[in-house]
Design a binder for this molecule. Structure first.
Ligand SMILES: [Zn+2]
Ligand SMILES: [Zn+2]
Length: 389
């Protein structure tokens, strides 16, 4: 049955998914060189059973995600294909910002091992957590701290169609990708007879050809064509040829991949999509592939059922505030400060202002006291001014 969509655009939070329906939203489709028009790689997969998954979370994508106004407790699962910043550079934004905007469950992240420990996901994420020591230390004990926890799941990058996630009827598998160094992977997600595959970054490879077969939606990188790499991105011809055909997948090669796996819908991403360059990508893909094709850009939306795949753009709001809470917040727990001190080996004394900084506080009590009085009156509850208790 072909569904009757109420609008030509997707307005977030106005359409319930049917029980048998998958929705994929591009929250980043661009390049490592950041720009306002396109964030770097990030795709959100939403299922009719209520589950949501993020595949890659490249630089700039956290703002796109926030535009969808999804309660952050539901954005707690991220699958990273490889550790280039254009594929995980917004992870710390989701980790901290998501908790600030209502996530009160741990952020769960999956990603591949590397040829050595230092090139694996666990190493990168444990160091990200260390990078955030000041940020976390300054929040512990001052906010509901439950969401500031990171669950790191590293799996063997050499797994060939190995299951890395199996919960609630959703099975996610990984298989090796070829990009940069050993370590990168591609993913498939299967649920309710539907199959989504995501290459992250890769040169065309035999694993994708085998394990992406029967995909309903197949997302694979397609890089900017070599002439535009030279003219628009100022690459030398030598590096344009190397990066545009060997490190990444050239549009002609993307077409060949899709002709081999024949998905119900092929999606090309990882190029700046502009009026003067997308024709070149499109025509080069069409030399080798004549099936259904989407040239992705940020906020492109695919609704997928057994009968139909529709492609639209989302109309989103830039000036979003916090989305609704999925679960009520708890009051800050002062014990979190000590627990964090112990775990991070920051002395607990260092997690409060020193006498030196305390000596610099200006006295503005006379303008702040009325704010407490006002809140107490409006909310019908006594809020004592700090120090008065
Ligand atoms: Zn990459
Ligand atoms: Zn990339």
């Amino acid at each position: 049955m072909v569904r009757d969509r109420p609008r030509d655009v997707y307005l977030p939070n106005t359409e319930d998914l049917a029980e048998d329906e998958m929705r994929v939203i591009a929250c980043g489709t661009g390049m490592p060189t950041t720009r306002a028009a396109q964030a770097a790689a990030c795709f959100l997969v939403e299922l009719g059973n209520g589950d949501k998954f993020l595949f890659d979370i490249g630089s700039g994508s956290a703002e796109r995600i926030s535009s969808l106004q999804i309660p952050y407790n539901y954005l707690d699962k991220v699958f990273i294909g490889h550790l280039h910043t254009d594929h995980f550079g917004a992870l710390h934004d989701l980790f901290i910002g998501g908790a600030l905007m209502g996530r009160n469950v741990p952020l769960r992240v999956w990603g591949p091992s590397g040829p050595v420990k230092e090139l694996g996901t666990a190493y990168a994420l444990e160091h990200m957590r260390r990078m955030l020591t000041w940020d976390l230390a300054a929040r512990a004990g001052n906010v509901d701290f439950r969401g500031y926890a990171l669950e790191i799941n590293e799996f063997d990058y050499r797994g060939e169609n190995e299951v890395v996630y199996d919960e609630n009827g959703v099975v996610i598998r990984s298989f090796p990708a070829i990009h940069g160094l050993d370590g990168p992977v591609s993913y498939s997600l299967e649920w309710n007879g539907l199959k989504f595959v995501y290459s992250s970054d890769t040169f065309p490879n035999t694993w994708f050809k085998e394990y992406a077969q029967d995909a309903d939606l197949a997302i694979h990188e397609s890089f900017i064509a070599v002439p535009e790499l030279v003219s628009k991105m100022k690459f030398t011809p030598e590096s344009a040829l190397l990066v545009g055909t060997q490190v990444h997948t050239a549009p002609e090669a993307f077409g060949k991949v899709m002709s081999d796996i024949k998905p119900r819908m092929a999606v090309a991403y990882h190029f700046f999509k502009d009026f003067d360059t997308s024709t070149s990508v499109y025509e080069r893909i069409r030399k080798t592939y004549d099936g259904p094709l989407s040239l992705a850009e940020d906020f492109m939306v695919w609704n997928i059922t057994q009968d139909e795949i529709s492609v639209r753009m989302a109309a989103t709001e830039e000036r979003t505030w916090s989305p609704p809470l999925a679960a009520p917040a708890e009051r800050p727990n002062p014990n979190d400060r000590e627990a964090f001190a112990k775990k991070s080996s920051v002395p607990v004394d260092a997690m409060a202002f020193s006498d030196f900084i305390n000596s610099g506080f200006d006295d503005v009590d006379d303008v702040l006291r009325p704010i407490y009085k006002e809140a107490s009156e409006v909310l019908g509850q006594e809020f004592p001014y700090p120090g008065d208790e």
